[in-house]
Design a protein around this ligand. Sequence first.
Ligand code: SF4
Length: 253
Amino acid sequence: MIPKTAGKALSEEELRAYSKCSQLWYYGGKYKATELGQVVQTATEYWMAQRTRTSQLNYNLTLTKGVEIGMIKAEIRKKNLAAKADQIQNQAFLWMDYFFRQFRQDEYFPVSGPLPWRVQIGKTAIDLRFSGAFRTKKNQTLHIINFTPLTKRQDQLNDPLTHLKLYALEKLVKYHGQRPQAVLHLLWSPDSKQEKLGYDIILGENLDPKYLKMISAQVQQIEAGFHFPVVPCKSFSCEFKNRCFPGASGKKK
Ligand code: SF4
């Protein structure tokens, strides 16, 4: 049988959508990061790309420029009132300053800006994305920056894609018994009640194979073209509600 994924790679957003609801994936829906999350991700990737190019980086200027690019890309000023847009811009700058100050220049050296990474599961290629990488001078441990659109700490740690990334990194970094092969820095969008981005780390040794099995099973289902709406569906804000359950909201399509 020719898999439904023949000739194309699945993105991590598509896999995440499938694990939430196979029908959502079928309609082309995705988890979306909050506006602050989108700005910080773009700015971080810009900063990492610049930092990888030169060690003589003007720290504040590069952060400011990265945040500005993030604001434009996410169309923050078009979609928000000026005061709200200013607030997002300030939060993004302060948060990035907090995040990057922990990577001291004499301890960490940057090895990559945004890094696409392809893995094969079953008959399907999966495209992962890392936002940047540092290596420590002392232990040579790889520190990878990773954004997700999920909004809770526990969701990041239980996200099958987090574990797929740890698995991908295992292949990238040589095993060394005395130190972690890699540290994944997880950054995520705040939910509507919080203003700060979430941040935690997970080590390569925390890879849980059960999540890899889960991803393999999902990829097999995608290859077979298997999808169905969740019943009962509690995703009240889903943009496809009327397509799955016509008339459920009382509105005509
Ligand atoms: S409405 Fe519910 S079942 Fe339909 S696509 Fe959205 S999340 Fe899935």
